[in-house]
Unconditional design. Structure first.
Length: 136
């Protein structure tokens, strides 16, 4: 799934999205947010929800198997229809007042599957495109 915010700051689903190349994409508002399809579905179906469950909306939801999820480390490159993204250091942690964090006093599993990526090479990405994961 591909989604972005419209002019009214509302999330909308898209069949395609254009990514512009960024010269310095080390961490920026233009980062691309990603999550595995498995984690996205589990989070939506979870009985207990924290702040992320209700607030986080990814730009891309990617089908990945367990081995591919384990490869999602800082610096890994994703090639999607010629659009090249690179995984950035995760910049999030649990909010201390999150109901799920307060209940368990530890991070929930969901944020382990939230990734951010910078744009190395822009282009047009279409729904259903294949993702190639390249490790450095």
């Amino acid at each position: 799934m591909i989604q972005s915010k419209n002019d009214n700051n509302e999330w909308t689903k898209n069949d395609e999205m254009v990514f512009k190349s960024e010269v310095d994409s080390s961490h920026d508002k233009n980062d691309v947010s990603l999550i595995s399809n498995k984690a996205y579905l589990e989070a939506r179906q979870s009985i207990h929800k924290g702040f992320c469950h209700n607030r986080f909306e990814p730009n891309l939801i990617i089908s990945m198997n367990s081995d591919e999820e384990n490869q999602m480390k800082v610096g890994v490159e994703l090639d999607i229809d010629g659009v090249k993204l690179f995984v950035l250091r995760k910049k999030h942690r649990c909010h201390q007042h999150c109901p799920l964090f307060m209940m368990n006093n530890q991070s929930c599993q969901w944020i382990k599957y939230i990734y951010y990526a910078g744009i190395k090479k822009g282009g047009r990405l279409k729904k259903g495109s294949s993702v190639v994961i390249r490790t450095p």
